[in-house]
Ligand binder design. Structure first.
Ligand code: NAP
Length: 553
């Protein structure tokens, strides 16, 4: 039989129905082709015949198998007696299953079940019986007696081979605890633990299972729903989250936001880590909007020594929270980011110090300068306040919008010596923003949005969401009476979905040079990458991965 491996197995759950087992057999084949290491046959509703067929098919495919009959009380559909469960365990053992899953609650309350399961599992030592997974599931949240449960389950050590605990995570903090418990249980009881913090908040308990050397984690087949909330697909684990490259010392980076499921950052940074040979993995970290949630999550991540937290990207709605957090923890923030009042990057240095900065403004300016000078590479090379002043001195820039993105870009333009006009629907907001940054090397004034048609800037930057998916038909400027978009004009749209907005199409048609929002996104990510890894970002790879991900949506 297959003992717990050093490398963490990816297990695909497959539901075996009470009749017509063909679908389950097809899923087994897909599991093999998609790279599953083991399968879990969920036999909650299977009869002896379908269970037998599924087990024999698994044998033919040489897939190690867990057999599970999950009870209704623990989120499954098995409503049978302890005797029926024992019979299923005996059949699984006879037909060569490597593992049987028995819920700890049943195990504790039924002596006869224990005796019958022990009878088959004790053959493990003779190399013929299955290993025992003792499991417990809480869909309501973290059980108050989580740690006591582990002790109680570990005391069944004589027979239990793996402990599995699943609970609904209320925050990233639960997922961090799940990961810490793996090493804790190994050290205290010499027992392998599979802790699954379920739901979106718990995702890293699955994505980082290989780094923390859990015996296995569950994953879905491409396009399938899986057996519990928050399960990634096999392909996600293997391709995006660098499953094979995860080691105990692997550095962890991530993106904190709410929501973060749509973020392109994990795909591009992980691809970059792979291409540059950096020993890291980059994960999504969903954190609820309040400052307390942000601070609680980042403190928990920092405190987890086994995580080797290296850096965080920060997105909406946490950019102001991140600045406050770095300040309150005594970290360093560059002056322009501090003036903007929002950061999108935190770096955790080896000496325990934090650094925060805003790569949105430098990424945007980098994209603009590259287009204006026809230089493809990063011009600012991660030091945004040391160059650029001359490059934009005397350049007139029209910024559309006065929200968060506009604020970072106006700060950068003013700092780089440009003359900036902020056009905004709500004029007082544009005036307030202009007043804040006017005289910061460059000049900044405000104007009503409807004055845009009279404008004659050399650069226009759209910082409104007008034209963003799913409203691709919208355009922030009048299409019948647009500003003068001639060949000497650069039009930059910060929106990257769609790749080319209606505004950019209009500008291109009039001969202007255009900068898609993806360029800003890729360059701001490149500056983060450099700080996380100490290496230059492979920007072409970032572009290609981001483009592919956007096209696949
Ligand atoms: P925000 O803080 O909500 O600000 C939105 C701004 O757009 C406000 O000034 C708002 O005007 C204006 N606006 C909204 N709807 C409008 C409409 N129908 N007509 C005219 N003006 C309108 O948003 P944000 O965080 O700055 O984000 C803005 C855009 O930047 C988003 O599309 C986002 O995709 C993009 N962005 C891109 C990147 C990148 O890396 N490429 C990074 C960050 C942001 P009022 O003041 O009148 O409400």
């Amino acid at each position: 039989m297959t003992k717990p491996q050093n490398s963490t197995a990816i297990v695909v759950p497959i539901f075996v129905p009470g009749h017509a087992v063909a679908g389950a057999l097809g899923q087994m084949q897909r599991a093999v082709s998609q790279g599953a290491d083991w399968i879990e046959l969920r036999c909650d509703e299977a009869n002896r015949q379908t269970m037998g067929e599924a087990l024999r098919a698994g044998r033919r495919l040489r897939l190690p198998m867990i057999v599970t009959l999950r009870s209704v009380a623990e989120g499954g559909r098995f409503a049978g007696s302890d005797d029926e469960l024992a019979q299923a365990v005996e059949l699984a053992a006879q037909l060569g299953a490597e593992w049987v899953d028995v819920e700890f609650a049943r195990w504790q309350r039924s002596l006869s079940l224990r005796q019958r399961v022990l009878a088959v599992c004790q053959q493990v030592e003779r190399g013929t019986g299955p290993g025992l997974i003792l499991s417990a599931h809480d869909f309501g949240g973290r059980p108050a007696d989580l740690r006591e449960r582990i002790v109680a389950m570990a005391h069944q050590q004589r027979t239990a081979t793996i402990i599995k605990l699943a609970w609904k995570a209320a925050s990233v903090v639960d997922a961090v605890e799940a990961l810490e418990l793996i090493e804790d249980t190994r050290r205290r009881f010499a027992m392998p633990l599979v802790p699954l913090a379920m739901g979106e908040f718990g995702q890293i308990s699955r994505l980082l299972a290989a780094k923390f050397r859990a015996p296995f984690t569950f994953a879905t087949l491409a396009g399938d729903a899986g057996s519990a909330p928050g399960q990634p697909s096999v392909q996600d684990l293997r391709t995006t989250f660098r499953w094979q490259a995860q080691r105990p010392g692997t550095a962890v980076c991530g993106v904190v936001g709410w929501p973060v499921g749509h973020s392109l950052s994990p795909a591009i940074h992980n691809a970059g880590f792979g291409a540059t040979g950096f020993g890291g993995v980059y994960v999504p970290l969903p954190v609820a909007p309040a400052y307390e949630d942000f601070a609680g999550a980042v403190d928990a991540l920092r405190a987890c020594a086994g995580l080797h937290l290296r850096g965080l990207s920060v997105t909406i709605p946490h950019k102001e929270n991140a600045l406050r957090f770095v300040r309150e923890r005594g970290g360093a923030i560059d002056p322009l980011s501090a003036h903007i009042g929002a950061i999108n990057t935190i770096v955790f240095d080896a000496d325990g110090l934090l650094r925060g900065f805003n790569s949105d403004y430098s990424g945007a300016l980098d994209a603009l300068l590259a287009a204006m000078t026809d230089r493809p590479g990063p011009i600012w090379a991660g030091k945004p306040d040391q160059s650029g002043t001359l490059a934009l001195a005397g350049v007139r820039v029209g910024v559309l919008g006065a929200g968060g993105a506009a604020r970072a870009i106006v700060a950068a333009l003013a700092n780089a010596g440009a003359t900036t006009v902020i056009y905004n629907r709500t004029l007082p907001k544009a005036q307030a923003l202009a007043a804040e940054f006017d005289g910061h090397t460059g000049k900044v004034v405000a104007a009503a949005f409807d004055r845009l048609c009279l404008s004659c800037c050399q650069v226009y930057i759209n910082c409104t969401p007008v034209g963003m998916h799913p409203h691709e038909a919208d355009c922030p400027v009048s299409e019948t009476n647009p500003p003068a978009f001639g060949p000497d004009v650069v039009v930059f749209d910060t929106i990257y979905n769609p790749l080319e907005t209606r505004l950019l199409k209009l500008a291109r048609a009039q001969g202007a040079r255009v900068i898609p929002g993806l360029e800003m996104f890729v360059r701001q990510a490149g500056l983060q990458f450099r700080e996380f890894t100490g290496q230059a970002a492979p920007l072409d790879l970032f572009r290609a991965v981001a483009l592919a991900a956007l096209k696949a949506r």
